[in-house]
Ligand binder design. Structure first.
Ligand code: FAD
Length: 375
């Protein structure tokens, strides 16, 4: 029989969270800072991220400032001077984003910062702990059979969320036609020869075949390179990378491609998940569990952390938690929905290849402030 543990004796409200990704940990920290006791369950044995890079924008950086993770993130990331787009080897745009901050970093650096902030706040994190289902009355069940009660349950367990699927949330999931192999390699600036190699450079070729390389400096040592190819292109989507194919199509990046081809790599597709609702009873979904999006606008994690933070603010001190969750959903959903739609449009049309695509409309999410700190 599952063992039932109750949190009713505790004075502080208690949250059980599935998933110690960026989003689950951000929610945990923000709740703990507001007096909650919080336990996060991570199914993996280790708390870490794979070797790739990530962009964060103003919206996500503001949340990190509130949760206490920003100093570590700023110390281990860069704001590249320019986001350059090259189409068929010609520069078609060089974008800067005015007052909107944006930073690039390794996923591990971001993760370490978010994890340390959670630990400093006093969040309990349990590894090897898989959540298999949730109850809208306020409980989760673990793979071990144990049932844990809570005032609030969060499903932050990613795109394949068991919390979501155990509750039968209605959803549509649309897979994109392209996928990406993401890797971290040494910067190789000297070998690349003269050029503005501190820029982010988005190299697009639609002819003779669809191939794209996103070149992203993360710090002095690490370069994040993402190799995009259609799913149907077996040679382009092969891992380890076909170094000859990529170097033939992007000769200017040969030294970097040679490094990337030495690594095992993994080719990931991406998808848009749209749910009818994000919350039922005392359970809410956040991050990729609720709204996975294509990576064109580089907002999946940023948007998830934003919603995690605003949820913590919404439920803290609320007289009626379920109503607070519904109100939070109503308030935050439109921005996230639009971000998902725009990201899906870019993925389907590949129109980022034209350059100058980060218009104010496309930067709406980057400028969205859930922290109330915009001066
Ligand atoms: C190619 C690509 C590029 C991207 N680039 C960017 C970018 O530049 N900027 C950006 O903001 N976003 C980017 N994203 C999106 C971003 O990676 C995701 O939105 C983000 O990682 C989602 O975080 P999460 O915490 O919701 O989920 P996840 O990162 O998936 O974390 C979920 C955690 O839950 C754990 N877990 C899963 N199931 C269970 C369970 N049943 N019980 C317990 N634990 C469980 C997992 O092991 C994992 O640790 C990109 C995505 C892709 C595919």
């Amino acid at each position: 029989m599952p063992q039932v543990q109750s949190s009713t004796k505790a004075k502080a409200p208690h949250a059980e969270i599935a998933g110690a990704g960026y989003v689950g940990l951000t929610a945990a920290t923000a709740l703990r800072q507001r007096g909650w006791t919080v336990r996060v369950h991570e199914k993996s044995p280790e708390l870490r991220q794979f070797g790739a890079g990530i962009f964060l924008w103003e919206n996500g950086l503001r949340v990190l400032e509130k949760t206490g993770a920003a100093a570590d993130v700023f110390a281990n990331s860069v704001q590249p001077p320019v986001y350059e787009t090259r189409f068929q080897h010609k520069t078609v745009s060089k974008e800067t984003f005015g007052p909107i901050r944006w930073r690039t970093m390794t996923r591990q650096n971001l993760y370490s910062a978010v994890l340390e902030a959670a630990r400093r706040a006093g969040v309990e994190i349990v590894v090897n702990s898989e959540v298999v289902s949730a109850d809208p009355e306020g409980a989760i069940q673990l793979a071990s059979g144990e049932v844990l009660k809570a005032d609030l349950v969060l499903g932050a367990d990613g795109v394949g969320s068991k919390v979501r699927d155990s509750l039968g949330f209605k959803q549509t999931r649309t897979k994109s036609r392209d996928g990406i192999t993401r890797l971290l390699v040494p910067r190789k600036k000297a070998e690349l020869g003269p050029g503005e190699w501190d820029n982010v450079i988005d190299f697009w070729n639609l002819e003779p075949r669809v191939l794209r390389i996103l070149y992203v400096p993360c710090d002095e040592k690490n370069l994040y390179v993402a190799f995009m190819a259609p799913r149907e292109d077996t040679q382009g989507s092969r891992v380890p990378l076909d170094g000859d194919l990529w170097a033939e199509n992007f000769p200017e990046l040969r030294p970097v491609i040679e490094e990337a081809a030495k690594l095992a790599g993994r080719y990931d597709g991406y998808e848009t998940t749209v749910l009818e609702k994000w919350t039922t009873g005392k359970v809410a979904l956040i991050g990729d569990a609720a709204n996975a999006m294509c990576p064109a606008l580089a907002q999946g994690a940023g948007c998830g952390m934003m919603n995690a933070y605003s949820l913590a603010v919404a439920v803290s001190g609320a007289q009626d938690l379920e109503k607070a969750l519904r109100d939070w959903q109503e308030r935050e959903r439109p921005t996230t929905d639009r971000c998902q739609e725009r990201s899906a449009y870019f993925a389907a049309s590949r129109s980022m290849s034209k350059g100058n695509q980060f218009t104010p409309t496309m930067l709406e999410t980057a400028m969205y402030d859930v922290t109330g700190s915009r001066g």
